[in-house]
Write a protein of this length. Structure first.
Length: 212
């Protein structure tokens, strides 16, 4: 009896990519909230993006999360869905953990796309702790959107100092997707105070106490 093996199918991208400007947002999204929507809207408008791809991480080596990936993915789809937004399990489909590997995969799978990595200013202070952070910056342009409480810290971070010469003026933000990495821009914006950490703490405090 012959056994027919199914052909190996390439990972399915979240949407069309060739020639398009695509902002990529990774992270735990535990849970997704209005702050993420704020980042998406600011980045899409200021960078002139065609699409935003939300790619929840299977895990975060720098941040402990107890919520299962499938639940975080489902929550992201409920909360962050909108026009020109795609939420995808691509990182899980590719069995990846680190941002550098995801960025490499995107460049390989969609070589004609113009990708931009989007992050909040509150994350830039620890960006140098990400695996091969210099290589990430040298592979994909980065947009940093201001976040509450970060103050001037993002612009004093190790990343900002290391790649000071690669920073483009805020008024040139719409050119970022067409820049060759390393290239990054800092986008001041009206601040949304929501954070995943605060929401998780509030949810825990609101949960009923177990019987003694």
């Amino acid at each position: 009896m012959k056994h027919h093996c199914r052909p190996h199918l390439p990972p399915r991208l979240p949407g069309p990519s060739a020639g398009l400007r695509i902002g990529v947002m990774g992270g735990s999204f535990d849970p997704p909230h209005s702050g993420h929507i704020h980042l998406m809207k600011v980045a899409r408008r200021r960078l002139g993006l065609d699409w935003i791809w939300i790619l929840p991480a299977t895990g975060n080596p720098l941040k402990h999360t107890t919520t299962a990936f499938r639940d975080r993915l489902a929550a992201a789809r409920r909360t962050l869905a909108g026009p020109r937004v795609r939420i995808s399990a691509l990182e899980a489909d590719l069995h990846l953990t680190y941002t550098i590997d995801l960025v490499r995969a995107l460049k390989r799978l969609a070589p004609d796309a113009h990708f931009v990595w989007i992050m909040g200013g509150d994350n830039l202070g620890q960006f140098h702790r990400w695996r091969r952070w210099r290589e990430i910056a040298e592979t994909i342009p980065i947009a940093v959107v201001s976040r509450p409480g970060s103050g001037p810290t993002p612009l004093l971070s190790r990343f900002a100092r290391t790649f000071a010469d690669a920073r483009i003026p805020t008024e040139a933000a719409r050119t970022l997707a067409d820049q060759t990495a390393p290239a990054w821009v800092y986008l001041p914006a009206p601040l949304d105070p929501a954070s995943s950490t605060d929401i998780r703490i509030a949810m825990m405090l609101a949960a009923p106490m177990p019987p003694i």
